[in-house]
Design a protein around this ligand. Structure first.
Ligand code: KG4
Ligand code: ZN
Length: 348
C-alpha cells in the first residue's frame, strides 16, 4: 500500500513540490513563486513562466525531499497537475513526473488542478462527504458536489471571467500592482464597501453559474465617468467592488448548499485568501448552520501539497496514468442527459 507521495505543480506561475504521507500529512510543501518575474508585465507571460519552471523544478523537488527528510527512492508514487493551466508550464511538471516515475519504476497520476484545490481541505481536517466545494481562483470559479475523495460533480461555473480575473483586471484599471486580488484586499480595508453599487449578477437561485464580466464592465464605466480617482476614492472603489464579488460568491454557494441539502461547504483557491470573503462567508454560513471550511492561506493558493493529497487518494484506488498522458489547458463541460454537466479533460 502506497504511503509517501511526491506532489508536483507547475500549472501557472508557481513551481511547487511536496511530500505527502497518506494523503493528509504534509512532510514538506515548497513553492517557488514567479511573481517578481511577471510583475512588470502586470500578468503572467506564458513563455517566461515555462522557462522559469525548467530552471526551478529540480531544485524545488530536491528541497521538498530534503525538508521532508526522505530520499527520492523512498517515494512510492507521484501526483502531478496535468490541467487546466498553461500548456508550456504544465509540460515541465508533467515531463519531470513521468521521468521520475519511469526511472524509479513507481506509478504516477495526473490530477486536475481544480479538484486538487478542493482536496487541500484534507490536509488540515477530516470532512465528511458529501459536501459543496467552491473553487475561486485566477482562472476558475466553479461549484462542485463532492461525494468522495475522488468523486467530484460539477454543478456550475463562471460563464465568462473568473473571480480572481475580475480582481486582477480591476486592479490594473485602478493602477494597483500585481497580483491584483491581494492589492484590492489590502486597499479595500480603508474604504467604504457601501459607497458604490456594483451589480450582483446571476441572482437566480436556480442557476449555479457565475458571471463576473458585468461587474468589471461597470467599473470601466464608473472610471470613465469619474476618471483619476484619489487614494481615498480608490479605497472606496476597491471596497465596493470587492463586496460585489464576495457577496455573489457567498450567496451563490450558500444557495447551492441549501438546494443540494449539503451540511458542509469548502471554499478554496487563491481568492479564498480574500479577508472579506473569509469573514462574510463565515458569518452567513454560521447563520444557516452549515459548516464552512476554508484552508489556511498556504493551501488556498497554488501548492503541490493539494496535488499530493488528491493523487494519493487516486493511487490508493489503483488509478494510474500512462506515460503518454497529455496536459489540457481548459476543462470543457458537456451536458449529458441524466448526468448533468460532465467535464471533459481534453488534451490539446
Ligand atoms: O489559485 P491561485 O493561486 O492560482 C490559480 O489557480 O489561478 O489563484 C490566484 C488568484 C489571482 O487572481 C489572485 O489575484 C487571487 O487569486 N488572490 C486574491 C487574493 N489572494 C490571491 N484575490 C482576492 N483577495 C486576495 N487576498
Ligand atoms: Zn490554482
Amino acid at each position: 500500500m502506497i504511503s509517501l507521495v511526491l506532489g508536483v505543480e507547475t500549472s501557472c506561475d508557481e513551481t511547487a513540490a511536496a511530500i505527502i504521507k497518506e494523503g493528509k500529512h504534509v512532510l514538506s510543501n515548497i513553492v517557488a513563486s514567479q511573481i517578481d518575474l511577471h510583475k512588470e508585465y502586470g500578468g503572467v507571460v506564458p513563455e517566461l513562466a515555462s522557462r522559469n519552471h525548467i530552471e526551478k523544478i529540480i531544485p524545488v523537488i530536491d528541497e521538498a525531499l530534503n525538508t521532508a527528510n526522505v530520499e527520492l527512492s523512498d517515494v512510492e508514487g507521484i501526483a502531478v497537475t496535468n490541467g487546466p493551466g498553461l500548456i508550456g508550464s504544465l509540460l515541465v511538471g508533467l515531463s519531470t513526473a513521468k521521468a521520475i516515475s519511469f526511472g524509479l519504476g513507481i506509478p504516477f497520476i495526473g490530477v486536475d488542478h481544480l479538484e486538487a484545490h478542493i482536496s487541500a481541505v484534507h490536509l488540515e481536517r477530516d470532512v465528511s462527504f458529501p459536501f459543496l466545494g467552491l473553487i475561486v481562483s485566477g482562472g476558475h470559479t466553479s461549484l462542485y458536489l463532492v461525494n468522495g475523495y475522488t468523486d467530484f460533480k460539477l454543478l456550475g461555473r463562471t460563464r465568462d471571467d473568473a473571480a480572481g480575473e475580475a480582481f486582477d483586471k480591476a486592479a490594473k484599471l485602478l493602477g494597483l500592482s500585481y497580483p491584483g486580488g491581494v492589492e484590492i484586499d489590502r486597499v479595500a480595508k480603508k474604504g467604504n464597501r457601501q459607497s458604490i453599487k456594483f451589480p450582483r449578477p446571476f441572482k437566480s437561485p436556480q442557476s449555479f453559474d457565475f458571471s463576473f464580466s458585468g461587474i468589471k464592465t461597470s467599473l470601466v464605466y464608473y472610471l470613465r465617468k469619474y476618471p483619476n480617482p484619489q487614494a481615498d476614492q480608490i479605497a472606496d472603489i476597491c471596497a465596493s467592488y470587492q463586496e460585489a464579488i464576495v457577496e455573489t460568491l457567498v450567496d451563490k454557494s450558500l444557495n447551492a448548499a441549501k438546494l443540494n441539502n449539503l451540511k458542509t461547504t469548502v471554499i478554496s483557491g487563491g481568492v479564498a485568501c480574500n479577508s472579506r470573503l473569509r469573514e462574510l462567508a463565515t458569518e452567513k454560513f454560521n447563520q444557516e448552520g452549515i459548516s464552512l471550511y476554508i484552508p489556511s492561506l498556504e493551501y488556498c493558493t497554488d501548492n503541490a501539497a493539494m496535488i499530493g493529497a488528491l493523487g494519493y487518494f487516486k493511487l490508493k484506488r489503483d488509478e494510474k496514468s500512462e506515460l503518454n498522458l497529455n496536459p489540457y489547458s481548459t476543462t470543457r463541460p458537456r451536458y449529458i442527459r441524466g448526468k448533468g454537466l460532465v467535464l471533459e479533460n481534453k488534451p490539446v
